[in-house]
Each structure stands twice: as C-alpha cells, then as structure tokens.
Design a protein around this ligand. Structure first.
Ligand SMILES: Nc1ncnc2c1ncn2[C@@H]1O[C@H](COP(=O)(O)OP(=O)(O)OP(=O)(O)O)[C@@H](O)[C@H]1O
Length: 262
C-alpha cells in the first residue's frame, strides 16, 4: 500500500503538486487521471524517486520512502515505467529483459575473473526467466528481434515485462496505452489484469484513455491543479460534475464521456 500525505512538488514558484494526499490500496489497479498539467507525472516522479518532493511524505507498506532513489525503491519491489519506453535498441528483446536484475554476480570484477561458472549459471537462469516472461506476455515470437525494431505497443509490453523480471510488488504505469493499437491494448490490459489477479501486483496507472481506465481500474483518482479532486469507481467518476468541470476548463478533447445507455 502506498500512502501519500500532503505532498508538494514546486518548481520555482510553480506548484505542480499542491498538497496531494491519496492511498493506493494493496492489490488494486488504481487509475490516476486528470487534465493536462494536473500534476500526475510530477506526483508519480515523487513517489518513484525521480523527483524529491518539496514537502510531504510517501509511505510504502508502512515504511517511509520519501526521497529514496529509484534504485533503492527497485530493491523494495517498487518500479515505474515511462511513457516513452526505455529499451536498449540494439539488444534483442530477450537481452533487454535479461539486463533488468541488477544484483548479478557478473557486475563485480572479482566475479568476472573467478566466477565464470557462476555467471554462466546465472545467465541461463535469467534467459529462462526472460522466456517465461515473454510467454506470459504472448510475445515469444519477438524474443530475438532488436528492441529498436519492435512496435510502440510491443515496447510497452517489454516495459511491463521488465517489471516481471524482478517480481515487482508495486508498479506505476505512465500512459502504457498511449499510441497503442486496439489489439495490443487488449493484450496489455489482459497482462495487467493477470499480473494483478494471479501474481498480486498492485498497479497505479496514469491514463488518458477512459475506456481503458474503465476496463481495468478501481478506484480512479482524479487530480486537478496539483490536488486530488475526486476518487471513486470509474462510472461514478465520469458522472462527477466537478471532474467534468475540471476537464472542460482545459478544453480537452479526451475528457471523460458521460455514460450512455448500452
Ligand atoms: N521540471 C519542471 N520544471 C518546471 N515545471 C514543470 C516541471 N515538470 C512539470 N512542470 C509543470 O508542472 C505542471 C504539472 O505537470 P505534470 O507533467 O506533472 O502534469 P500531468 O498531469 O502529468 O500532465 P500530462 O497529462 O499533460 O502529462 C505542468 O504545468 C508542467 O509544465
């Protein structure tokens, strides 16, 4: 569980996050929505250690993680993916997955000289794990493709796969559905659901696609002007006058649609 208490992230005099408090319950897929500039990414970055908040507190399963760096959070099972995928483009998809665990013996000079057998064993175990991840994500067919050559949606799946190489507990997804075609969006959504239901992953996802949010997320937290504006089920949120107002105020095209009879 993540608890954010009265978080502020100021850039000079500008309050990108302005006293946000929220809880991400363990085992949930929590959606984080809001108009452009609402402070969603800044909040994500504060939780995931990319930014140090100006003030406030972030707790993860009862431990104060405020200001911890991404690699420290990584070892606690808290990871974030990026809106722009961070793949190593000249390596294959499988190799990209194998790069993730950072505590391999191969990283030390001592082991490079004396632990060849150990390294070979670890590499084999990593390759096996990578293949399991690829199978789970139904992308075994691109295992040997250079990551730079795969589609945008497949890169998003690879980002998700990276979290599986370390058995993450809490994953922050930044617009994982952006620019992805419908078929792959379904595959990504299905993988998120299965990771949540079968492997106990907790997710928090920033997303602009309201149908995608509705399919996956409960609850949905709405941010506006650096604060939490509302929280509830997706359908309820989409009918909330304050939420509609916040989106209309920015003249956005991708505002939540009102429910229509099926
Ligand atoms: N490093 C920075 N320096 C100055 N201002 C910043 C910085 N990062 C973000 N901001 C500003 O903070 C505000 C909130 O930005 P943020 O990216 O957190 O919003 P968002 O809700 O994620 O928006 P979007 O949906 O468009 O990605 C914006 O007005 C943005 O210009």
């Amino acid at each position: 569980m993540i608890e954010v208490r009265d978080l502020h992230m100021h850039f000079g005099g500008f309050r990108a996050v302005d006293g946000a408090s929220l809880t991400i319950e363990k085992g949930s897929i929590t959606g984080l929505i809001g108009p452009n500039g609402a402070g969603k990414t800044s909040l994500f970055n504060c939780i995931a250690g990319v930014l140090t908040p100006t003030s406030g507190q972030v707790m993860f399963d009862g431990t104060d993680i405020t200001g911890l760096k991404p690699h420290e959070l990584f070892h606690m099972g808290l990871l974030r993916t990026f809106q722009i995928a961070h793949e190593f483009s000249t390596m294959t998809v499988r190799e990209n997955l194998m790069m993730v665990p950072s505590d391999q013996s191969g990283e030390t000079l001592w082991n490079a000289w004396f632990g060849r057998k150990q390294i070979a064993l670890e590499e084999r175990a990593l390759a096996k794990k990578a293949d399991e991840v690829l199978e789970f994500l139904t992308i075994t067919h691109i295992a040997d493709e250079k990551a730079g050559n795969i589609s945008g949606g497949q890169k998003k799946l690879l980002e998700l796969g990276r979290t599986m190489m370390v058995d993450a507990k809490m994953v922050f997804l930044d617009e994982v559905g952006a620019g992805v075609n419908r078929t792959l969006l379904y595959t990504i959504g299905d993988a998120i659901k299965r990771l949540n239901e079968e492997r106990g992953y907790t997710f928090c996802m920033i997303e602009h696609d309201m149908d995608f949010i509705k399919q996956l997320c409960d609850p949905v937290i709405v941010m506006a002007e650096g604060k939490v504006l509302a929280e509830g089920g997706a359908s309820e949120i989409m009918k909330n006058e304050q939420v509609i107002e916040a989106y209309l105020g920015t003249g956005l095209k991708n505002k939540p649609k009102k429910e229509t009879a099926q």
